[in-house]
Design a protein around this ligand. Structure first.
Ligand SMILES: [Zn+2]
Length: 446
């Protein structure tokens, strides 16, 4: 595999154990791994000049629904709360098929890559018209991002008291069988893995208790992680109290959904006891600040979570509720949102960047990623700070506060996926044309 020397970066923000920030430093990449970090390094490989740049670990996205890049800013869903928003979108999603899943995932992953993201989870929970998890995995292989797809599911339709239409729910036995199929086919547990599969029933309001419990058993038997939505807003908590007679944290605990192999999206409404439960059990959280703002869900208590030792990563969430998928913008929003409720010292730019990189990697069980340190995987973002956004700043934390919000170069497993702002792995204009054609077809039938 190619060797690269990233040379003479203005700053390398390592987020290593000592949280070093190195001036004028080099990074040597060999065989997909960071071989050396220091000054005056030499290499026979390609030299990437990084003068005028800040180099950070690749950002890690812990929650997404890539298919939703085909339903950004849909009329009728633009100003609704969670449940109303879902009910607007379900009938549109019911018309998706394999091509929609594959193309929307390529667009979503390319968009993430340009914003510095090297590793993304995805939560796909509906499989209409022959769509499969495989469609999104093919897209990730093509784009070249490290990918943690989760096999989602919905099994309680409207007629049984759930939220989704009956046409979008699946049989529970089939769901569990398909989880095993995709784990057998795609899951790679090794260091440096480019694909790890997770098990992810959509939410307490769209699957049964049995499916939650059996999914947890299945995931633990197979040695994969588990993911779902939890305590996203007030409606979600009310549903839990009325239907299950307990708060979401209790529901999760009762069904085996706490532990270091579990991460929950949102957790906006966790109370003090639930935060303590997540801390004790090492349960992870995917914090999605833009989506929480867009749907008016509230401000997740991230400060309290972090102070009590809860593992927190960031997620852009699906593009029907963000509606952009820019990881650096998400990082800035995470910092700003804590300050709205807790004051200007509630979260620093450096802490937000740490949550977006190392924090997310830890939530996804990837201790081989998320920092620039010898022996870790070569997932690296290079940000050009010679442009207008950076003119006038001299502290590297300005990257989060001021931008830029798109990378110049991006390496994933030592492979250059973005060069001079362009995706190297795709004919992006052609994929955008495909996406536009598919979106038009969906819009015409609304
Ligand atoms: Zn979500």
């Amino acid at each position: 595999m190619a060797e690269y020397l990233i040379q003479a970066a203005d700053y390398v923000i390592t987020i290593d154990d000592a949280r070093r920030e190195l001036r004028g430093a080099d990074i040597l990449i060999r065989d997909g791994v960071i071989a050396e970090v220091g000054h005056g390094l030499e290499s026979s490989g390609e030299v990437i000049r990084a003068t005028g740049c800040i180099v950070t670990p690749g950002l890690v996205n812990t929650h997404h629904h890539l298919f939703q890049t085909l339903t950004r800013a849909v009329p009728g869903g633009q100003d609704a709360l969670l449940f109303g928003w879902l009910k607007t979108l379900y009938p549109i999603w019911a018309r998706f098929g394999p091509e929609e899943m594959r193309v929307s995932a390529m667009i979503g992953l390319a968009e993430l890559a340009r914003s510095g993201c090297t590793l993304s989870a995805d939560h796909l929970y509906l499989f209409p018209n022959g769509a499969r998890l495989d469609d999104t995995i093919e897209a990730a292989v093509e784009v070249g991002l490290r990918f943690h797809p989760t096999r989602g599911a919905m099994s309680i339709g409207e007629s049984a008291g759930g939220l989704p239409p009956d046409a979008l729910v699946e049989d529970e036995k089939y769901i569990l069988g398909d989880c095993i199929r995709v784990i057998d086919r795609f899951h790679d547990p090794r260091d440096g893995s480019m694909c790890r599969v997770g098990v992810a029933p959509c939410s307490p309001f769209s699957v049964s208790r049995d499916l939650m419990r059996e999914s947890a058993n299945l995931a633990r038997n197979q040695g994969v992680m588990m993911h779902t939505h939890l305590a996203e807003n007030a409606e979600d908590v009310t549903y839990s109290l009325e239907r299950f007679g307990c708060r979401p944290g209790q529901y999760a605990e009762d069904l085996g959904w706490t532990g270091p192999d579990v991460w929950h999206a949102h957790c906006v409404k966790l109370d003090g006891q639930e935060i303590e439960l997540f801390s004790e059990t090492r349960t992870g959280v995917a914090h999605c600040p833009c989506s929480n703002c867009r749907l008016g869900s509230g401000i997740a208590p991230v400060r309290e979570m972090r102070d009590r030792g809860v593992r927190v990563g960031l997620g852009v969430d699906g593009s029907a509720s963000n509606d952009s998928a820019n990881m650096m913008a998400e990082t800035r929003q995470a910092m700003l949102l804590q300050r709205v409720s807790r004051g200007a010292d509630a979260m620093s730019a450096r802490e937000a960047l740490e949550i977006a990189t190392r924090g997310g990697a830890e939530v996804l069980g990837r201790n081989d990623c998320g920092q620039i340190s010898p022996g870790k995987r070569a997932d690296i973002a290079i940000w050009d700070v010679s442009g207008i956004e950076s003119a006038g700043s001299w502290d590297p934390a300005a990257l989060v506060l001021a931008g830029p919000q798109e990378v110049r170069d991006l390496f994933v497993e030592g492979r250059q996926v973005v060069r001079d702002g362009h995706i190297t792995t795709l004919d992006l204009p052609q994929v955008i044309a495909q996406q536009t054609r598919l979106a038009r077809r969906l819009a015409e039938r609304v």
